[in-house]
Design a protein around this ligand. Sequence first.
Ligand SMILES: [Zn+2]
Length: 190
Amino acid sequence: MNKSTILNEILEHNENFVKNHEYEKYETTKFPNKRMVILTCMDTRLLELLPKALNMGNGDAKLIKDAGGLVSHPFGSVMRSILIAVYELQAQEVLVIAHYDCGMSGLKAEPVIENMKERGITQETIDTLIYSGIDIHQWLHGFDNVTESVEHSVDIIKHHPLMPEGIPVHGLVIDPKTGKLDLVVDGYDN
Ligand SMILES: [Zn+2]
């Protein structure tokens, strides 16, 4: 599918969607009915599967997605989103849900940088970043073990200096085929 086709199809569909009032069955508020914020991966297989597997409909949760479903920086946009969900949007629990067979699993920076160079990014640019103090290899590195990655993100969230007391932070791993959840950290335990 070429680029212009994708956008045109979206806009065409959207016009009918609005005209036919198809949005009505999704009407809800910005506050999550189930009072939770979920951090998960941007994986395509989870788009519909994850909400169904957790019995979530529109309006039930605040949903944050990134590559790997992880908090890579305690003051990045993911952590900020979690804090906003807790302080401003009535979320009372946090769920970190990574998944098996994740694209970030075993991802090394080097091949990504090689791909960048093939697409026109010069070594000079990479060097400039490195000499500016940006650890691009660390930044692009995925994780080696999904369970450890979940534990690490839960740990960052739970012990974040701006996180209030009494917010359970759970960690889980989902099977991207069956939707089965494996519990890694039970946030009620501590
Ligand atoms: Zn993933």
